[in-house]
Ligand binder design. Sequence first.
Ligand SMILES: [Zn+2]
Length: 301
Amino acid sequence: MKKGLLAVLIVLALGAFGVWWLRGGKTAAVPPASASPKDKLEVTVSGYVPYTLAKQIGGERVNLHMLVPPGAEPHSFEPTPGSIIAVSEADLFIYISPRVEPWTKDILKGLSGVNALEAGPSFPEQDPHVWMTPYGALEMAKRITKALTKADPAGKAYYKKNLIEFENEIKELHASFMNGFADCQSRDVVHVGHLAFGNLAQTYGLHLQSLTGTSHQSEHSVRKLAGLVRYIRKHGVPAVFTEETLSPELAATVVRETKVRVLPLYTVEEVSKKDFDAGITYGEYMRRNLHNLREGLKCRP
Ligand SMILES: [Zn+2]
């Protein structure tokens, strides 16, 4: 066990018990991955963004273990003793940033000598969801490629090839987004969710209204919900967009009041069990987002 690990485990075990008790005894984490061939690089990732990017670049050479389980949201995740062990035993731990995952600070504080990569932005941005633009995701993929290559030099050419393929996909994706909103009835993206699409809206000239701030903990209120309803009526907004892990009740309220269409948007940081099992990629999520945005904003052709 690494220095300080035991102390962290004890603190977390107590904390985890409290959380478990508060949630009525529901388990909150995915069980550790089963034993794998020893020649693969063992990579623990915080959540689905580093998971899908590391899978795309690392492919067959890496064995991935994800801490935030499918169906959960990453901002308020509570690490378990199992999370600490998965980080301490991995060849590499990849997370986005403490601004997105505040709980990673607690994990890393107690562990020394862990090979960890903060794949997200190194400077503070208003909206830390940088992967929500294709080129933001590419920047993260480049950092991940570098870290994988350092941990597994024999895979250098393989990782590089995968990065080039991903870069080509990113270029196409960006072009589709650039062309996708040329002829739309509306550019107002009213999102009954947390502020995850700020970078995307800014990059592609859309006007974003989100119900809450950049994390799920941000306060949402009846007043803010009423504000969205007023905005939809005033500007003739044709649709509202939702996110999976926020209460569907909130979107239902907006739809009841305005009778507009409702379509999901995907933050990639949250993955449903179904999508996880299907191995959905970053590109697939973003193409779904583009499709639904174009539907909701009534874009032609
Ligand atoms: Zn988020």
